[in-house]
Write a new protein. Structure first.
Length: 318
């Protein structure tokens, strides 16, 4: 459905990912990692970018107005339309997108607990944000893109929104969320791409029944005793040793208690960005070690070469 190849813009370089029709996709990374700039380039809001963006096999810049209307994007912004009530805004949106289901607006408004008589600029941030999302949902797009949709929302309303998005995804709507943390939608997502400092760190599909590993962090411990029970750490930073463990909580507790390190350890579920950062650094370290070994082997003279050099030296002396 959406294929991004070699995309470079103001805050990102050589970004590549693809969404299949029906995907629930999460593009995540820390603030200022370039997520919004990437979507602005994809949506044509930003014209200065290099690379290719295909939507249903067609260059996105060449889409007709009708084709463009099958994509809805809700930025992480507040609707600043003075003197406009919710009812008028949604009515205009329905007319613009030729929404035929007259009951849908009423259903969405009721589900998200919105008062249509309110002025947009007098609403709470949560209500205003939800009106933006309702305006996109009522058009039943093929592809819905939401930038930080849970900002300003309470935990309860975030769960309601996620539940509704899951329902629409099961009905065939493709969804792309821009989030700081993958965990905000991990139960819904089937694919993801991780962006950090404008670089693509990893793209993959989420395994079925995926359970995140536990993150075990030891500080100021007997290293030999720790390694005997848990092996080599996945990450070392000063006196902090980190493991990504598939052990159960009970097994970890038993091992920690056995070595008497309860006061020197923190155990929690690992976030996706932590998992990927640790694994990437570990892979880079292993690649660096392999490169060093290969370089040493190429530079180090063989026994035969050393002997031959010594013999040639003796001949020259004679």
């Amino acid at each position: 459905m959406l294929k991004v190849t070699g995309l470079s813009c103001s805050m990102a370089e050589q970004i590549e990912f693809h969404m299949d029709t029906g995907d629930f996709y999460v593009l995540f990374g820390p603030d200022d990692s370039g997520k919004t700039e990437i979507i602005n380039a994809i949506m044509g809001i930003s014209k200065r970018y290099a690379g290719s963006v295909l939507y249903e096999g067609k260059e996105i810049k060449k889409l007709s107005m009708k084709e463009r209307k099958t994509i809805r994007y809700v930025p992480d912004e507040i609707l600043m339309l003075y003197g406009v009530r919710v009812k008028k805004y949604l009515k205009n949106m329905a007319r613009t997108y030729q929404v035929k289901d007259k009951e849908l607006v009423a259903q969405l408004v009721e589900y998200f607990e919105i008062d249509t008589k309110e002025y947009l600029t007098e609403m709470t941030y949560e209500g205003n944000k939800l009106v933006s999302i309702i305006g996109a949902l009522l058009t039943s797009p093929k592809l819905l893109i939401l930038d930080e949709p849970f900002n300003f929302l309470t935990e309860e309303m975030s769960e309601k929104l996620l539940s509704y998005l899951k329902k629409k995804n099961e009905e065939g709507m493709s969804i792309l969320l821009l989030l700081e943390h993958f965990e905000d939608a991990d139960e819904n997502a089937n694919s993801y791409v991780y962006i950090k400092e404008g670089e693509l760190i990893h793209e993959d599909r989420v395994p079925n029944d995926w359970i995140p590993p536990k993150k075990i962090v030891f500080r100021k411990v007997d290293v030999d005793k720790m390694k005997k029970l848990f092996g080599e750490p996945d990450s070392i930073h000063r006196e902090e040793y980190t493991y990504l463990s598939e052990f159960s909580w009970e097994e970890i507790g038993e091992k920690v208690t056995a070595c008497g390190m309860e006061k020197n350890v923190v155990v929690q579920s690992a976030r996706m960005d932590e998992i990927l950062d640790i694994r990437c650094k570990k892979e880079e370290s292993q690649e660096s070690e392999i490169t060093e070994i290969v370089t040493e082997q190429q530079v180090a003279p063989t026994i035969e070469e050393t002997t031959e050099t010594q013999e040639n030296g003796k001949e020259n002396e004679e």
